[in-house]
Design a protein around this ligand. Structure first.
Ligand code: PSU
Ligand code: MN
Length: 307
């Protein structure tokens, strides 16, 4: 028995009890990653995509101090509408959020932790946090990376944005013993673009192979997660010429204004969206949906392989 209460949605609870496929989804993307109403439409749309691809969605958040996996529509609406006042909780913030009765969007690190406690092994998001540019000065390295190093959940993302230092992020994941697998690609993708200019450690071409790798990884008991990098669909990708300058401008502005710590990533995401006149948001929505579909197919393949 786990010692902590996680309130499971009805469908999630039934699926887990029957070992049917479940995909966890994060909520910081709703509370801090996208503006309203795109955040709400995306959150609901992503749940539908998970279902269409044969799994049950479990959106994870802290609601009035309780950990939830699987949210009703009205609760997702509440998260989407709360203005920036809502808490952004990484794994280390969960205990305080529980005691204070806070409502919080959970980052990749917090979502992985809650998913693992609930018995969910795969999770889909847009981008994970990483080593920020200038980390040699600021030490800003996302707790998502250390969580990947200690919590056995596979995270499907579209790579990392070049708001981060991608080379250092990949080095850090290597140190943390996290396998980095690109889906149907040799290159590690950079969120808005299909290639970051860096090779991924591994390439796998089917959901079945990824599911088999997850099972082997679990059997090895390394205790670490896995990062599955799924390039943005070709039609939705932005060109580096278009997005790189925008990202550089947003990063420069954050430095100038002294924005750091947990405010930095939400600031950069919002600023890139403004500067790109919504084009980054459009790509973001498409890639999250694409990741949810892959995660659901992997979850289904994993359930089949372990049946
Ligand atoms: N990157 C994105 N979209 C996001 C995030 C990152 O492209 O929504 C969110 C995720 O919830 C991620 C968090 O876990 O930001 C990382 O924040 P930080 O860099 O403060 O660790
Ligand atoms: Mn940080």
């Amino acid at each position: 028995m786990r010692k902590i209460e996680i309130i499971l949605g009805k469908e999630v609870s039934e699926a887990l009890a029957a070992s049917r496929p479940v995909v966890a989804l994060e909520s910081t993307i709703i509370t801090h990653g996208m503006p309203y109403p795109a955040n709400l439409e995306t959150a609901l749309g992503v749940e539908a995509v998970v279902r269409e691809n044969g799994a049950v969605p479990a959106t994870i958040a802290v609601i009035d101090g309780k950990l939830h996996a699987g949210l009703e529509r009205d609760v997702i609406e509440r998260l989407a509408k709360v203005e920036r006042g809502v808490v952004k909780a990484s794994g280390r913030d969960l205990a305080v959020a529980m005691v204070k009765g806070q409502t919080a969007g959970t980052t990749v690190s917090a979502t992985m932790k809650i998913a693992a406690l609930a018995g969910i092994s795969i999770f889909a998001t847009g981008g994970v946090g990483g080593v920020h540019r200038g980390a040699e000065q600021t030490f800003d390295i996302s707790a998502d990376l250390t969580e990947l190093g200690r919590t056995p959940v596979a995270v499907v993302c579209a790579g990392v944005k070049s708001i981060l230092d991608i080379a250092k992020t990949l080095e850090y994941l290597e140190t943390q013993r996290v396998p980095v697998i690109a889906y149907q690609s040799d290159d590690f993708p950079a969120f808005f673009t299909r290639s970051s200019g860096y090779k991924a450690d591994h390439r796998l071409d089917s959901a079945e192979d990824i599911a088999a790798t997850m099972l082997a990884h679990d059997a090895l008991e390394t205790g670490t997660g896995m990062l599955i990098a799924n390039p943005v669909p070709e039609d939705d990708a932005l060109t580096p010429e278009f997005i790189d300058g925008t990202i550089d401008d947003a990063v420069a502005e954050a430095t100038e204004r002294g924005i750091g710590r947990k405010e930095l990533t939400p600031f950069l995401l919002a600023r890139i969206n403004e500067l790109s006149e919504g084009r980054s948001l459009k790509a973001n929505i498409a890639l999250v949906r694409n990741n949810a579909a892959l995660a659901a197919r992997i979850a289904a393949a994993r359930a089949k392989a372990s049946a």
